[in-house]
Design a protein around this ligand. Structure first.
Ligand SMILES: [Zn+2]
Length: 244
């Protein structure tokens, strides 16, 4: 761990990329882990945009237990330590693949949300927007949210498979990754693009890559340092930087 602490202290532009693995400590299932949601639901359907249009009930009836319940979840040590490091300036940017709003709940500002967020929800017919709280109430009553103006179908501002990523988010993410002299991946298996290719923008510019994940990733060979245990990693970081 000393080697990582040295890298962090020496870095001028440290960027973190977080994936679903960091939220399992908060009781939110990841996607591809042994208890991941893709074991329970059909991965080809749940976030597929065409399937959503044809049968929105499939998404909403399942998402009430892993998206529209995130208000009941609390950030964990990982979210809190990251927020503290960002406030000291030691971490410049956090890019996340997560849609659970826990970084924000931990007080982190300017998170780049690669896959969007359920904070806002939009009527697909007239464009009216609705808050997370409004939609969560409806979904948790086992109803499909419909627009109160035009009865159109409402979709969370989450990027589904088959949709374009938010242009501003991906542009900022690539820019930050390119500038990173230290790029740290936490809790992501780096299989979903373009998140999976972001570390390479740093590596290409001679940035150092550190991966903390309990499973192998396709980019392990590029990593200067590699750790398995996320919880332990952040407990140690916490003890180092408690007073900064
Ligand atoms: Zn509408």
């Amino acid at each position: 761990m000393n080697r990582f602490i040295d890298l962090l202290r020496e870095s001028k532009h440290c960027v973190f990329l977080s994936g679903a693995g960091i939220s399992t400590l908060s009781g939110i299932p990841d996607f591809r882990g042994s208890n991941g949601i893709y074991k329970k639901f059909d991965a080809d359907k749940i976030f597929d945009i065409d399937y959503f249009y044809s049968d929105p009930d499939y998404f909403y009836s399942h998402s009430k237990d892993f998206i529209y319940n995130v208000h009941e979840k609390d950030p964990n040590i990982i979210h809190h330590v990251l927020t503290r490091l960002a406030k000291t300036g030691m971490v410049k940017t956090v890019i996340t693949q997560n849609i659970d709003l826990l970084h924000q709940k931990a007080g982190l500002e300017n998170v780049i949300e690669l896959h969007g967020s359920p904070e806002n929800n939009t009527c697909l017919s007239c464009g009216k927007t609705f808050s997370y709280e409004h939609i969560a109430d409806i979904v948790r009553d086992d109803l499909i949210p419909r627009c109160d103006e035009c009865n159109g179908l409402i979709k969370p501002n989450i990027t589904f498979f088959g949709e374009m990523l938010d242009h501003e988010a991906i542009t900022r993410a690539i820019d930050e990754s390119s500038r990173a002299d230290l790029f740290v991946v936490i809790g992501s298996s780096l299989v979903v693009h373009p998140a999976a290719s972001l570390p390479l923008y740093s590596v290409k510019n001679n940035g150092k890559l550190v991966i903390v994940n309990n499973k192998k990733t396709p980019l392990d060979e590029y990593a200067t340092l590699r750790y398995e245990d996320l919880g332990l990693f952040f407990e140690i970081l916490d003890s180092y930087f408690r007073d900064e």
